[in-house]
Design a protein around this ligand. Structure first.
Ligand code: ZN
Length: 88
């Protein structure tokens, strides 16, 4: 978030940019609090993969094992996500 619209450091083969947004959004499961809006957009150099990492999206994966539906802008598709995290 400190990048404020500038490039952000990303792993090898990935480029990232932070996009700020106003407001907060609650977890749809409830009882988890609210999460600031805004996202880091990650682009993979060797594919067309684009990941939109928002605080709520990261929470949904970590706490609810929910990667969001196919076609959703905020889906964190497990295969490119694993590559971005250096796990694949
Ligand atoms: Zn939650």
């Amino acid at each position: 978030m400190a990048a404020m619209g500038q490039d952000v450091p990303a792993g090898p083969g990935w480029a990232g940019k932070f996009h700020e947004a106003m407001g907060r959004i609650p977890c749809p499961w409830g009882g988890c609090g609210v999460f600031v809006k805004g996202e880091v957009e990650l682009f993979e150099a060797t594919s067309t993969a684009v990941l939109h990492l928002a605080p709520l999206s990261v929470h949904l994966v970590r706490e609810h094992a929910f990667f969001q539906g196919r076609g959703s802008r905020y889906r964190l598709d497990p295969a490119p996500l694993a590559r971005a995290l250096g796990l694949a």
